[in-house]
Each structure stands twice: as structure tokens, then as C-alpha cells.
Design a protein around this ligand. Structure first.
Ligand SMILES: O=C(O)[C@@H](CO)OP(=O)(O)O
Length: 248
């Protein structure tokens, strides 16, 4: 049996995306618009005949809800699900809860973009007693000292790829269609790995909310179409510029 199909889905717009706040591991819900995007994402899957056999999500409700709404719209709400913190959004450290525009104004373009898109410069760590810290959150209790207080994209690659290799690749090798519902920066980490994007070039790659991105992989797990294919390419290009320009 050949390698199955991989579908990446960034969650629909969250309430904090709408307010232009750095989110990271803060567990905010979808906005009404985000729910609509998730449903539309599921309709796109159905129209394209890309019907997932199982779904992987992060431990965050914006990805969990997006998978639920999308799969419900595609009549695939019944498939098995696996969830893991390794698919979570990048931890945004002390920036969690801060407004992107105000941060840009306070620290300047260079520092702002270094924190948002450099490969290996994490934001300052969050204090454990911050209202936006995940210390004490029962879903991460098993992580102990591994619980991040901040992450750069390189840290996300390091914690995500082991999950990809042990949990997702076997599903694909079994010929399954796999939906992976996650986040802007955890999906950037995976796309970097799949497409072999350089540490420099990955800073220019942005993923829009709610539009399924299909990857067909060869036997060596290399994409047959580099960059994959968005199921709604026109909507994807408009939304990609919007993500790139956040803060302005
Ligand atoms: O705030 C965040 O967690 C992420 C995704 O919304 O933002 P950015 O695109 O700025 O990395």
C-alpha cells in the first residue's frame, strides 16, 4: 500500500487572533468567524473527496474545536482521534497576552520580527505566576521540568518531530488519510521538516487559518508537490498576507 495523504489544518480564527494578541499556549476558544472557517474547511475536504481516516490534534481547544467542526461538516466526526502537547502552538513566553501592535511599537520592527519569525531566538520566558502561564495546568502536569516557559521555532521542531515520526508516520505508511489539526507555528515547524525549508527561508512562510493544506508524500515521505496544495488556493494567498502583516 502506498503512503497515505496528509492534511494540515491550522485552527480557525481564535478570539485572541481577532484581538491581535500573542497567544501561544493560552487556551482561547474560536471566534464565531473561526467556527465558520472550520466548517468551511470541512466542506472543502468533502468537496475534494479528501476524507480523513483519523485525526491528530494539540491539547488546545482552538485546534480541538476546529477538528470537530471540520470533521462534522465532512461527515467524518466519528474517526479516531489522538491528541498530544507536541502539536501545541509555539509557547510565546512573556509575550503571551500582549497586543502585537503595541509590542511592535514598543520594541521596533526588528525585535518584533525576531521574536515572531526568527528560527532560534525565543521571546523572554514567562514568569510561572503570570496569569498567562501554564504552570499548574493539569493537562501538562506530566511534563514536569520539560514544561516550556518560552520557545523559538527550533524548540518546536525538536519537540514535534519525535511525535511526527512515532505517531503520524506509521498512520501514513499504513495508507491512511491523516488530518493534523494544529497551529500557525507548529505547522510551520512541520512544513519546514517536510519541504526541507532552510532556517532563514522559514521566517517568510505563514499558514492561514482554516484552509486545509494537502500533502501527498512519496515512499521517502518527501512531498510530491513541494509546499503542498491548499484546497482553496485563492483564499489561502489572501489570508497568508494577512498573517504576515499582523501587528501593522
Ligand atoms: O499568537 C500566536 O500564538 C501566533 C499564532 O496566532 O502568532 P504569530 O503568527 O504572530 O506567531
Amino acid at each position: 500500500m502506498g503512503i497515505g495523504t496528509l492534511v494540515l489544518l491550522r485552527h480557525g480564527e481564535s478570539t485572541w487572533n481577532a484581538k491581535n494578541l500573542f497567544t501561544g499556549w493560552v487556551d482561547v476558544p474560536l471566534s464565531d468567524k473561526g467556527v465558520g472557517e472550520a466548517i468551511r474547511g470541512g466542506e472543502l475536504l468533502k468537496e475534494a473527496g479528501v476524507l480523513p481516516d483519523l485525526v491528530h490534534t494539540s491539547l488546545q481547544r482552538r485546534a480541538i474545536s476546529t477538528a470537530y467542526y471540520a470533521l462534522d461538516a465532512a461527515d467524518r466526526h466519528w474517526i479516531p482521534v489522538k491528541r498530544d502537547w507536541r502539536l501545541n502552538e509555539r509557547h510565546y513566553g512573556a509575550l503571551q497576552g500582549k497586543n502585537k501592535k503595541e509590542t511592535l511599537e514598543a520594541f521596533g520592527e526588528e525585535q518584533f520580527m525576531l521574536w515572531r519569525r526568527s528560527y532560534d531566538t525565543p521571546p523572554p520566558p514567562i514568569e510561572a505566576d503570570s496569569e498567562f502561564s501554564q504552570a499548574g495546568d493539569p493537562r501538562y502536569a506530566h511534563l514536569g521540568a520539560e514544561l516550556p516557559a518560552t520557545e523559538c521555532l527550533k524548540d518546536v521542531v525538536a519537540r514535534l518531530i519525535p511525535y511526527w515520526e512515532t505517531e503520524v508516520v506509521p498512520d501514513l505508511k499504513a495508507g491512511r488519510t491523516v488530518l493534523l489539526a494544529a497551529h500557525g507555528n507548529s505547522l510551520r515547524a512541520l512544513v519546514k521538516h517536510l519541504d526541507g525549508v532552510s532556517d532563514e527561508a522559514i521566517s517568510g512562510l505563514n499558514i492561514p487559518t482554516g484552509i486545509p493544506l494537502r500533502y501527498d508524500l512519496d515512499d521517502d515521505l518527501r512531498p510530491t508537490t513541494p509546499g503542498g496544495q491548499y484546497l482553496d488556493p485563492d483564499a489561502a494567498s489572501a489570508a497568508i498576507s494577512a498573517v504576515a502583516n499582523q501587528g501593522r
